[in-house]
Design a protein around this ligand. Structure first.
Ligand SMILES: Nc1ncnc2c1ncn2[C@@H]1O[C@H](COP(=O)(O)OP(=O)(O)O)[C@@H](O)[C@H]1O
Ligand SMILES: [Mg+2]
Length: 365
């Protein structure tokens, strides 16, 4: 709850009937940063965004933008959406087909009664930033999906809002365009420096674009952090499973060596092995936990190496050039392994699986 945050959301609750769509979440974002709400469909991302925009009234909580409390249920404050000075870009393009591109972008300035010369300057500037200068006179329906989203972005930022909110704006685009637009959107946001909140269920999108990611499920926050820490140090099973690919298996903490390091024991078919690992906060000796390790931090070889032994059988081996994408069966568990391509492992072979202890995590269930 930092005073330094430009946007601050505190203990936000929103019910639909008996459903708690947003379950008392708190977060903040410093000025100029790009924050992503990431989570599966139905976890409360859009509802949170709508509360910030003033389009939903929450049942409890507070929202502050700059020094302005825009929502406080306790203090009976709920500023109208049009007075919040927020720009929004949605999944559906939402640009008007009966207007040309520059008329679309000019609209928010016209309803603010701005002088025509100023409108012309601002529209030209916004179109330049999104790369649509040449399309200014085209009818909106003549634009491709990607161009329509750029026009929607130009319209959302032309009145220089305090905040930009994005709700899955790239979901309707095909994969290649989506990948281009991720980088493009992030570049534009960085260039104009408007504090932004972005909603997506796509973890790759979140990792590429965000300064900070909030992983949500079922109306609450599972983890907050930068892309690197969310990927490399998930704190629980949900985040580990939702972001990227991980080997996840049940275990128990057998020692806590201090300094965040410890040992986890995992078992399969009567065989147990103890592995050095990094412990997520809050895990203590004797706790149930999950072992989490990414395939790039698991190796398989014919010769045993030092350290704990996990012996299994190769059941899949796909040559990817720089590595082998393997599955190694150990009891009922299948290790996903990116092995060194010089190992040339074949299906049916017995191999030793080795986990990089610096990237082996014990996470909360
Ligand atoms: N207008 C609404 N009326 C009733 N239930 C809603 C409404 N909007 C969302 N919900 C419910 O609230 C939960 C969160 O929805 P939403 O915020 O849209 O999730 P997300 O954007 O993460 O997919 C879901 O269970 C959804 O069905
Ligand atoms: Mg949504």
């Amino acid at each position: 709850m930092s005073e330094n945050n430009y946007l601050q959301v505190d203990h936000l609750v929103k019910y639909f009937g008996d459903d708690r769509a947003v379950d008392g979440i708190s977060f903040g974002i410093p000025e100029g940063k790009f924050l992503t709400l990431l989570g599966p469909s139905g976890c409360g991302k859009t509802t949170t965004l709508m509360c910030i925009a003033g389009l939903h009234k929450p049942d409890a909580g507070e929202i502050r933008i700059g020094s302005d409390p825009v929502t406080s249920i306790e203090k009976r404050i709920n500023t109208a959406p049009e007075k919040r000075n927020i720009g929004m870009v949605f999944q559906s393009y939402a640009i008007w087909p009966h207007m040309d591109v520059s008329q679309n972008v000019a609209y928010p300035l016209e309803i603010r009664n701005m002088a025509q010369s100023e409108i012309d300057d601002r529209v030209a500037e916004a179109l330049k930033i999104v790369g649509l200068t040449d399309m200014a006179d085209k009818n909106a329906t003549q634009l491709s999906g990607g161009q329509q989203q750029r026009a929607a972005l130009a319209r959302a930022m032309v009145f220089r809002p305090r905040l930009l909110l994005f709700d899955e704006p790239l979901s309707n685009l095909d994969l290649k365009l989506r990948e281009q637009m991720r980088v493009e959107l992030k570049r534009i946001q960085h260039e104009i420096g408007i504090t932004s909140i972005y909603v997506t269920h796509d973890q790759a999108e979140a990792l590429v674009m965000s300064d900070e990611i909030i992983v949500m499920s079922k109306g609450h926050i599972e983890q907050t952090g930068g892309p690197h820490s969310i990927y490399a140090r998930p704190v629980n099973k949900f985040v580990s499973d939702f972001i990227g690919v991980a080997n996840l298996t049940e275990g128990r903490i057998v020692s806590n060596g201090g300094g965040g390091a410890g040992t986890i024991e995992i078992s399969q078919g009567g065989e147990s092995v103890q592995l050095p690992c990094l412990l997520a906060d809050g895990l203590a000796e004797g706790d149930d936990a999950f072992l989490s390790v990414r395939p790039e931090n698991v190796d398989a070889s014919r010769q045993p190496k030092d350290g704990p032994r996990i012996e299994g059988e190769v059941i899949q081996s796909v040559f990817l050039g720089n590595c082998l994408d393997c599955r190694v069966k150990w009891g009922e568990f299948e290790w996903k392994v990116l092995a060194h391509s010089r190992e040339r492992l074949r299906v049916g072979e017995k191999v030793y699986v080795r986990l990089d202890p610096d990237h082996t995590l014990a996470v909360r269930p």
